[in-house]
Design a protein around this ligand. Sequence first.
Ligand code: UDP
Ligand code: MG
Length: 314
Amino acid sequence: MLKVLYMVIPCYNEEEVLKETSYRLQEKYRLLMDKEISKKSRILFVDDGSKDQTWDVISNLCKSDNMFVGVKLSRNKGHQNALLAGLMIAKKNADMVISMDADLQDDIDVIDEMIKKYKEGYDIVYGVRNCRKTDSFFKRTTAQSFYKIMKALGVDIIYNHADYRLMSKRTLEALSKYKEVNLFLRGIIPELGFRSTSVYYDRNKRFAGKSKYPLKRMFSFAFDGITSFSMRPLRMVLVGGVMILIISILIMIYSLVVKILGDAVEGWTFLAISIWFIGGLQMISIGLIGEYVGKIYKETKERPRYIIEEVINE
Ligand code: UDP
Ligand code: MG
């Protein structure tokens, strides 16, 4: 039997691109239907509280063709939340879901390849950018350093992969168990496990409109990603404290030598030692508290402790 494919596309002020995006996807679906995917497949747009005519465009599309599904969020909740909302709704009827941006930066011809991989038995198929020629120098360097920093901090993340990916139904079921509020899907999905693979494509320029990720949002997204997945920044405070304590011992030896040689000003030895020693002690204490804060923070996420992939002969 043919499988049901849902495309999930979060849209924030995308009136300029939606017509083209929906048109191209519709064409794609017409080619795929009856051969590769079921007739029940849909294209789902999530309006993330847009201030322009995005919702009107979406509702008109839905009226013109029941291939389209529209979901409207009550207000702007950000890309990741809008995407999750769409995924959770699509999960009910879909066997596989592909998430994609509205701006046609992701090559839609990769969809065929993703479906092929799904049929080969992969649960997650990551769309990975071959090159970033079309991004500005600034966007390219900041984005790539972000991936590198994340890796260095021990976060499992796919290099040069954004939110263009295919996920199977059971992957979405597992994702629905993640209750965290600071959502960073690119970090969670590799954590789910399951069989995964990548397909490669060249990223295009935005078809129309402006990027919805201005500098400030980009940095807060990156910072969210790091602090939601890594406790290493906290641990660095602890390490820093230990290092300062070691320095304080060296300074202690040095100032005692100066004192014995008789070169020290009255009271200098005591002051020099205390400043460094107390500094180190304080930093260690903060780091130690940080360790506990880190544990509390992990507990409050209430992430699932395991995800079952399959059970045989239950
Ligand atoms: N987006 C969203 N809510 C937001 C910001 C962005 O749903 O608050 C959507 C946007 O409409 C697009 C996708 O997220 O479909 C990615 O945004 P964009 O293309 O502007 O990011 P960039 O490619 O510049 O990183
Ligand atoms: Mg984009």
